[in-house]
Design a protein around this ligand. Structure first.
Ligand code: RIB
Length: 302
């Protein structure tokens, strides 16, 4: 069983299903509204736990009703919450999400996630020391992301940096990570591209990144290279009917961490498959498969 430590955000997702996205100043009638558990850190923790990993989460919740529900939900999934702090007089993180035609738009209000400190990360050092992999994303303060990268390096534990939501990052951070896992848009931004992120040739972008990379390409799968001077290899995507792509990147990252000990190529293939299954159902965590479902499905894919 692999042991994964996730350092990251925990949100309540307020999801509206709509026929299409509203334009500026426009009001639309939606089709359905639901509250589901999310946050990039929590999603990665849940996805890894469903794949059979031992998972510890480092993060923060408010002292509100959302915080209670999220805490209980993560506990039910078997995630160790020793390092999740409850913050007094603070709301939990929320994400307002519109889903239309399988795509999503998301606005995150960090709430308690903004209170995750480098000291919280360091307090989890003993747990991290025994981990096979650590996952961290960008919905907690940058100083805490950096503390995670530095601690991972100090302890000799591989850290997977998922640079989402997109922002420009110090190149030194990229070199502290074992793998950086952007999509094309995030890669362009983290390298300081000012415009045309999606129009860029992703292979040219990959060549400019000074670190081992796993680049996610949605339905097209992923491109990866283990060293920063190696030619990228391609793992094609799996064909599925997309209901909701929210959390697909989180599921991918979690599977990558869980299966990393089987080698990068195997881990990327399983990560693509796990993410593909996750988009076939509604909600960030709603479609994340358990290990036996993944294995049965992969056996049908040749
Ligand atoms: O990656 C998907 C997640 O991003 C959602 O669950 C939402 O909470 C935001 O953090």
């Amino acid at each position: 069983m692999s042991h994964v430590v996730v350092v990251g955000s925990i949100n309540m997702d307020l999801v509206t299903l709509a026929p299409r996205f509203a334009g500026p100043g426009e009001t639309l009638l939606g089709e359905r509204f639901l509250t589901v558990h999310g946050g990039k850190g929590a999603n990665q923790a849940v996805a890894a736990a469903r794949l059979g990993a031992k998972v510890s989460l480092v993060g923060a919740l408010g002292d509100d009703a959302f915080g209670d529900q999220l805490h209980e939900g993560l506990g039910r999934e078997g995630v160790d919450l020793t390092h999740v702090r409850r913050i007094a007089e603070m709301g939990s993180g929320t994400a307002s999400i519109t889903v239309a035609g399988g795509e999503n738009q998301i606005i995150v209000v960090p709430g308690a996630n903004a209170c995750v400190t480098p000291a919280d990360v360091e307090a989890a050092a003993e747990t991290m020391r025994h981990a096979d992999a650590v996952l961290v994303q960008m919905e907690i303060p940058p100083a805490s992301v950096e503390a995670t990268l530095r601690l991972g390096q100090q302890l000799g534990v591989p850290v997977i940096l998922n640079p989402a939501p997109a922002r420009q990052l110090p190149l030194a951070w990229l070199q502290l990570a074992r793998y950086v896992t952007p999509n094309q848009h995030e890669l362009a931004i983290l390298l300081g591209e000012e415009q045309g992120a999606d129009a860029q040739d992703f292979r040219a972008l990959m060549r400019r990144a000074p670190c081992p990379l796993v680049l996610t390409r949605g339905a097209e799968g992923a491109w990866y290279r283990d060293r920063d001077d190696a030619e990228p290899l391609h793992q094609p995507g799996f064909k599925v009917e997309v209901v909701d792509s929210t959390g697909a990147g989180d599921t991918f990252n979690a599977a990558l961490a869980v299966f990393l000990h089987e080698g990068l190529a195997v881990a990327v293939r399983k990560a693509c498959a796990t993410a593909a299954l996750s988009v076939t159902r509604l909600g960030a965590q709603g479609g994340m498969p358990k290990l036996d479902e993944l294995e049965r499905w992969l056996a049908t894919q040749g």
